[in-house]
Design a protein. Structure first.
Length: 265
């Protein structure tokens, strides 16, 4: 059984190596490209005004890395500002940037999910009306959006969290620090993708946007015989909306993904 890893690089290649170390045949087929925003003015201005935020939420490790990559030499994260992370990957990215672990709020490593809902359970008791919260996020390529009525566009984590914060009287700003776009495939990549629609390969999806890009990349492709492993219920629903015939879920840790794949072999 072959596993197609669709994460952006460099995580894609790292996951291929990790799966191979567990004896699985894995192929890198990134469905998302990540790059810095073209205009960094807003990011630099935000770094100079961080002291007005009570908390800063990073939607992903990529958000943390791109935000800190644009840090002016004279700027620091205020010691009294809590940094929020939806999962261990984002926590690790913040720690690599020199943030003290005690300054980071995140779901416990044993949490059932790593997402905004799980994060909210952790931080909600401390949030007060009038708080200002900054959400650091990426932007999507408008050319790679799914149909307007697609369930994968509803209830995205950052939007859910913004609504939750608003419901308790907090004020939310959003800052885009990177841009996501679709893949640039070779002829061989496209051939692998079309074959994997029906040969029993497992598509490993860790983002609904990857599925959106796949639909744009291969319009008209039928996925009724394809198998998808999703690391979140929203991602699983996006795969079903795309027409994947077999869809199941796993927590996003490598060992649990491996066990889930092996259980289906």
């Amino acid at each position: 059984m072959r596993v197609l890893v669709t994460r952006p690089e460099p995580e894609c290649s790292q996951w291929v190596q990790g799966l191979a170390a567990h004896g699985l045949q894995a192929l890198a087929l990134p469905l998302i490209r990540i790059g810095p925003v073209a205009d960094t003015t807003a990011v630099h201005r935000c770094w100079q005004q961080l002291d007005r935020f009570n908390a800063i939420m990073f939607v992903s490790g990529a958000a943390a890395e791109h935000f800190f990559a644009l840090r002016p030499s004279d700027a620091q994260v205020p010691a009294g500002t809590q940094l929020w992370a939806p999962g261990p990957g984002t926590v690790a990215a913040l720690v690599r940037q020199g943030v003290a672990r005690g300054q980071i709020d995140a779901p416990d490593a044993t949490s059932g999910q790593f997402d905004s809902e799980a994060l909210w359970q952790v931080v909600q008791p401390g949030v007060r009306a009038g708080w200002q919260v900054l959400i650091i996020r990426g932007g999507d390529d408008a050319a790679a959006e799914p149909p307007a009525d697609d369930a994968s566009r509803r209830g995205q984590g950052r939007d859910w969290l913004a609504q939750a914060l608003d419901s308790v009287g907090a004020r939310v700003d959003m800052l885009m620090v990177y841009e996501r776009s679709g893949p640039r495939w070779s002829a061989a990549d496209e051939a692998h993708a079309r074959a994997a629609a029906a040969d029993g390969s497992v598509w490993l999806f860790t983002s609904s946007q990857a599925i959106n890009h796949l639909r744009v990349q291969l319009p008209g492709q039928r996925w009724q015989q394809a198998h998808a492993l999703a690391t979140h219920p929203r991602i699983a629903q996006a795969a079903r909306d795309a027409g994947f015939g077999v869809v199941w879920e796993s927590r996003p840790r490598l060992e649990e993904v491996v066990a889930s794949i092996e259980s289906r072999a």
